[in-house]
Ligand binder design. Structure first.
Ligand SMILES: Cc1cc2nc3c(=O)[nH]c(=O)nc-3n(C[C@H](O)[C@H](O)[C@H](O)COP(=O)(O)OP(=O)(O)OC[C@H]3O[C@@H](n4cnc5c(N)ncnc54)[C@H](O)[C@@H]3O)c2cc1C
Length: 460
C-alpha cells in the first residue's frame, strides 16, 4: 500500500492515478473533510469554494480529469468582466475600446502593455519575437526593473504595480520577472472582443472532489487522520504513524494502535509515501527543509440579496484593506445559489504581525464592509445576509527570484529516503501559479514515478 499524506486535490489525484497503475492506496487527511484549499461552503443552491477558484484555458490536465470522471458537460467557460477601481470609478478592462478609454495609461503605454502580453519585444523599435522564450534569462531580474525597461513607467504604475501590491504586498520587490512572464504565458487565449474565458465546474469544484472520492473509494480515504511520523528502515520509507480521531473510520491495515484521549495512534506499513501537503508538513515528517516563503490569505464570502457591481474581478487601485473584490455571481449566475449574490473579499498577508491576520470575523467584517461602503456610497450594507471568513497560513508561495532552485523534487529518494515522494504546493507543477491543475499534475508526476512509468530525473 502507498500512503498519501493529505486529502487536498493533489493527494486525491495521486491516489486516483496510483490506483490506475494498480497500486493499493490509503489517503490520510488531517481535517474532517477532504479538499484542503479547495474545500467548500454550502449555499442556498450549489456549494461554493471557500477561496475563489476558476481555471485558465492553458490548464489541460484538470480538464482531462474532469472529462475522465464524467463531469465534462458541467465544465463551462464563461467570461467574467475585469475592471479597475480608481478614485470612485470602476473602469472596465476587457474590450479593446474599454482598455483604450482607461485613463491611467497613455495610448503609448497601452501599446507597450499589449506588446508585452503578446510576448513581443519592441525595445529599440524593431520587434523581436524570441526575447521572452527562455524564462531562465529573467529569473534574477526584479519585476520593477524589468517592466521599466521592457514597457514604460505608465504601464508599471497604471497597471502592474497595484496588481503586484495586492498579490505580494511589501514582498513584491522580491519577485522575479520570470514569474511575471510565466504568468503571462499561463493565461489562456483571450477572446479579443469579449475578454478571457475562465473555466468553472457547474455545481462548484466540490463536485470534482466528490467524483475523485468516489473514484478512489471512501474506504481508501481516512479523514481526521493526521500523519505524525514517517518510519524509515534501511534508507527506505516503511511506515506512517497516524493520529486518528476516535470515531474516524480507517480501513487500512495497521500494525500497531494506541489510544490516547480522543485520538488513536496507528502505525501503517507502507511500500511508499507521497506527501501531498505543505512543505512544513514534509519538514516535520522527515526534516527536509524548504526555503520557500508562503503568503497567508484572509478571504470572506459575503452573501448579499443584491449585486454590488456588474464586474467579476475588480482590482483596487488605491491602498485598501483588501486586495480585490471578486463578485462570483457576475460570473456564475445567482440562480445557482438560490438567487443570492456572492462576493469574495480577499487579502494576502505577508506577515503574521499584520493586524488583519489577528482579527476575528466580526472585526474583519466591520473593516471590509466599511471600506466597501466608502468605495460605493450607493451601496447599502443591509444587502449583506451572511459573512463567512476563511483564513489560511499557507495560501500561496512567494515566487521570489531564484524560485525554481528551491522547489521540492517529486522524488525524494536522494534527499531523504527511497520511496518518498512530494506532490505538495512547493513542487515544480505549482509554478508560475499555484492551482488545482498544478496539484493534479504534481500528484500524477509522483504516481507515474512510483509506477516506474517515467524515467526518474533527480534534478527536477
Ligand atoms: C485565495 C486562493 C485562491 C485560489 N484560486 C485558485 C484558482 O482560481 N484556481 C485554481 O486552480 N487554484 C486556486 N487556488 C489554489 C488551489 O486551491 C491550490 O493550489 C490547491 O487546492 C492545492 O492543493 P493541495 O492538495 O496541493 O494542497 P492543500 O489543498 O493545502 O491540501 C493539503 C491537505 O493536507 C492536509 N494535511 C496537512 N498536514 C497533514 C498531515 N500531517 N496529515 C494528513 N493530512 C495533512 C491538509 O489538511 C489539507 O487538506 C487558490 C488558493 C487560494 C488560497
Amino acid at each position: 500500500m502507498i500512503g498519501v499524506v493529505g486529502g487536498g486535490i493533489a493527494g486525491l489525484a495521486t491516489a486516483y492515478r496510483l490506483q490506475q497503475h494498480g497500486h493499493d492506496v490509503q489517503v490520510f487527511e488531517a481535517s474532517d473533510q477532504v479538499g484542503g484549499l479547495a474545500a467548500v461552503y454550502e449555499t442556498a443552491g450549489d456549494s461554493i469554494e471557500k477561496f475563489y477558484h476558476h481555471l485558465s484555458a492553458s490548464e489541460e490536465t484538470i480538464v482531462e480529469l474532469i472529462e475522465e470522471l464524467g463531469l465534462g458537460d458541467d465544465l463551462e467557460w464563461p467570461i467574467g468582466k475585469n475592471a479597475y477601481y480608481w478614485d470612485g470609478t470602476v473602469y472596465p478592462m476587457d474590450k479593446p475600446w474599454e482598455i483604450l478609454a482607461y485613463p491611467k495609461m497613455s495610448v503609448y503605454d497601452k501599446f507597450r502593455l499589449a506588446m508585452l502580453t503578446q510576448e513581443i519585444d519592441v525595445r529599440g523599435g524593431i520587434p523581436k519575437f524570441d526575447t521572452y522564450e527562455d524564462l531562465e534569462d529573467f529569473e534574477d531580474v526584479p519585476i520593477e526593473e524589468f517592466l521599466l525597461e521592457h514597457t514604460s513607467r505608465g504601464v508599471y504604475e497604471g497597471f502592474f504595480e497595484p496588481l503586484l501590491r495586492a498579490k505580494f504586498g511589501d514582498r513584491m520587490d522580491d519577485v522575479s520577472a520570470a514569474w511575471l512572464l510565466g504568468r503571462i504565458k499561463f493565461r489562456g487565449e483571450r477572446d479579443l472582443l469579449r475578454g478571457e474565458p475562465l473555466g468553472y465546474l457547474e455545481g462548484g469544484f466540490g463536485q470534482l472532489l466528490d467524483a475523485l472520492v468516489d473514484a478512489v473509494g471512501e474506504e481508501n480515504i481516512t479523514t481526521n487522520a493526521r500523519v505524525e511520523e514517517l518510519g524509515v528502515e534501511d534508507g527506505a520509507v516503511e511506515s506512517l504513524t497516524v493520529a486518528v480521531a476516535d470515531g474516524a473510520d480507517s480501513a487500512a491495515t495497521q500494525v500497531e494502535a494506541e489510544a490516547d484521549g480522543g485520538t488513536t495512534t496507528e502505525t501503517h506499513e507502507v511500500d511508499g509515501a507521497v506527501v501531498a501537503a505543505m512543505p512544513n508538513v514534509l519538514e516535520a515528517l522527515c526534516g527536509y527543509e524548504c526555503d520557500i516563503d508562503f503568503q497567508r490569505a484572509v478571504c470572506a464570502l459575503v452573501t448579499m440579496d443584491e449585486p454590488l457591481t456588474d464586474t467579476y474581478w475588480l482590482n483596487v487601485g488605491h491602498d485598501a484593506p483588501f486586495g480585490a473584490l471578486v463578485e462570483h455571481t457576475n460570473y456564475i449566475p445567482p440562480e445557482n445559489y438560490g438567487g443570492d449574490h456572492l462576493l469574495y473579499v480577499a487579502s494576502y498577508i505577508q506577515d503574521y504581525e499584520e493586524d488583519l491576520w489577528g482579527m476575528d470575523a466580526d472585526e474583519v467584517e466591520e473593516l471590509w464592509l466599511g471600506h466597501i461602503e466608502e468605495m460605493f456610497p450607493d451601496w447599502d450594507r443591509s444587502a449583506v445576509t451572511q459573512f463567512r471568513l476563511a483564513k489560511n497560513p499557507r495560501a500561496a508561495p512567494i515566487y521570489e527570484r531564484g524560485y525554481l532552485d528551491t522547489v521540492i523534487p517529486y522524488d525524494l529518494g536522494d534527499e531523504v529516503a527511497e520511496d518518498l515522494y512530494y506532490a505538495g504546493m512547493a513542487s515544480r507543477a505549482q509554478y508560475p501559479e499555484r492551482s488545482l491543475n498544478g496539484g493534479i499534475v504534481a500528484g500524477y508526476e509522483c504516481a507515474d514515478r512510483i509506477a516506474g512509468r517515467k524515467e526518474i530525473v533527480r534534478s527536477d
